[in-house]
Ligand binder design. Sequence first.
Ligand code: 5GP
Ligand code: ZN
Length: 115
Amino acid sequence: MMDDCLFCKIAKGEIPAKIVHRSGDVIAIEDVNPQAPVHLLVMPVEHYDTLFGVVSAGQESALVHRLIEVASTLGEQRGSGGYRLVVNTGDEGGQTVGHVHIHVLAGRRMTWPPG
Ligand code: 5GP
Ligand code: ZN
């Protein structure tokens, strides 16, 4: 738990969020500022800054699997003909919350390249 981390507080229930999935070490919430009709955030309950932080911690391949499992399953369930998983990483990567999360975007046609 990082004391000043927004998503740690959400994971602990200290800040409310619409939780759509919770299974042990992983939660998924609705994004407060959705960029598509479906916009979910899948994250570990435990704090890691980035995906690289998870893999660098060692012995965490199960957690990486679980994050991708939950994100892709939600995409399959809530998308209708496709979905997009996004992990913004670092300042230039567009990450604004420093607790790793996978965006699950669906419900509209996505464009490429992303901005
Ligand atoms: P990032 O910019 O780090 O890739 O994604 C952070 C996401 O968290 C953004 O899409 C933003 O809308 C969302 N977000 C920021 N604050 C909150 C909050 O308090 N509650 C929820 N549910 N989402 C948030
Ligand atoms: Zn955190």
